[in-house]
Design a binder for this molecule. Structure first.
Ligand code: KG4
Ligand code: ZN
Length: 357
């Protein structure tokens, strides 16, 4: 089964072709990503209108490149999948409309994919992980623990009550004068810095459950920076290292609680999967691996390229849905908000202030 996937929910224009074999194994046949980072750099964040226009300009060429790399014509594929939400509405409309046009013209089914489901199922594309598993989804717009029980079957075990983790990294970077996106910039600075120099708080660490909060940490970072301004390069490195160390401690603590809750629900299941752009962070991965190991769990982390936004994960989620006969009609509308677990009430703020809100 060959599926063309299209991703345009934020600042990456991406197209990919993924093959799903009868036994459920996968192969990425082609995978093209064009990042708009340079177009947004001057604004310190993603500008929705600029993003939508850039998707319009780039998408046809990106799809053509993916098809050429795959050596396929539209007639050869079995379905077209596109991100239908959540994300920036302009970009979503561009991607979904393009997918719909290709599907109609080629007489193929359309699969409207939830971007978060793309991240959630990536570990099945890369590692063939079986259901159920515990997922930590950490991106620019979302920070959640989910019990992944099947395609379309998610149960939220914890979420953020204010900022998403990627958003916290991005805001911290902005405050320290580091470039956007902030996560990789903070990680790089943190490698040079002294994490013990600033005693930043570990919010929620003494609370039960697996919810997150990052706004107090962000304020503490700002106060620490203001107290020693103007900042030298060393100050920036030390602040970045101290910030990242606090984040890593909080996530490890929350992971321990989420693992306990998940183990009660699914005794015998032993995989902790991390996904989303923040999953690229090596310090976070190392700490999650240790935490998982101490509870008898294995950490599964996709390769860096498949952690940040890409179309292979959308094509794969489309293939998983197609295999279950889950296709969508051409009238399917883009949705700026689309929770994976609709039964969980949004928290106050809900971590929905980032670019992916
Ligand atoms: O999944 P993603 O590419 O887009 C969304 O769906 O949001 O995630 C982007 C987020 C950004 O906030 C970025 O700063 C963060 O992931 N990020 C990182 C790292 N690489 C990307 N955060 C921490 N460390 C990194 N190495
Ligand atoms: Zn994403």
């Amino acid at each position: 089964m060959l599926v063309l996937g299209i991703e345009t929910s934020c600042d990456e224009t991406a197209a990919a072709v993924v093959e799903r074999r009868g036994d459920g194994t996968a192969r990425i046949v082609a995978d093209t990503v064009l990042s708009q980072i340079d177009e947004h750099a001057a604004f310190g964040g993603v500008v929705p209108e600029i993003a939508a226009r850039a998707h319009v300009e780039a998408l046809d060429g990106i799809v053509a490149t993916a098809m050429r790399d795959a050596g396929l014509r539209f007639a050869d594929i079995d379905a077209v999948a596109a991100t239908a939400g959540p994300g920036l509405i302009g970009g979503l409309i561009v991607g979904l409309t393009t997918a719909r046009a290709i599907a109609l013209a080629a007489g193929k089914p359309l699969v409207a994919v939830n971007h978060l489901e793309g991240h959630a199922l990536t570990a099945r594309l890369t590692d063939g992980v079986a259901f159920p598993y515990l997922l930590l989804l950490v991106s620019g717009g979302h920070t959640q623990f989910l019990a992944v029980e099947g395609v379309g079957r998610y149960h939220r075990l914890g979420t953020t009550i204010d900022d998403a983790l990627g958003e916290a990294f991005d805001k911290a970077a902005k405050l320290l004068g580091l470039p956007h996106p902030g996560g990789p910039a903070i990680e790089l600075a943190a490698k040079r810095g002294d994490a013990a120099r600033f005693a930043l708080p570990r919010p929620v660490i003494d609370r039960p459950g697996a919810d997150f909060s990052f706004s107090g940490l962000k304020t503490a970072l700002r106060l620490a920076a203001e107290a020693i301004a103007p900042l030298s390069d060393t100050d920036v490195d030390d602040l970045a290292a101290s910030f990242q160390a606090a984040v890593v401690d909080v996530v490890a603590n929350r992971a321990a609680h989420a693992i306990a809750a998940f183990a009660d629900m699914h005794p015998g299941a032993r995989n902790l999967v991390v996904a989303g752009g923040v999953a690229a962070n090596q310090a976070l991965r190392a700490s999650l691996a240790t935490e998982a190991g101490s509870h008898g769990f294995r950490l599964v982390a996709p390769p860096l390229r498949l952690c940040s936004d890409n179309a292979a994960m959308i094509a794969w989620a489309g293939a998983e849905r197609l295999a279950l006969g889950l296709t969508d009609d051409a009238g399917m509308a883009a949705r700026p908000r689309w929770p994976l677990d609709p039964d969980s009430a949004p928290m106050i703020g809900g971590g929905m202030k980032g670019a992916k809100a």
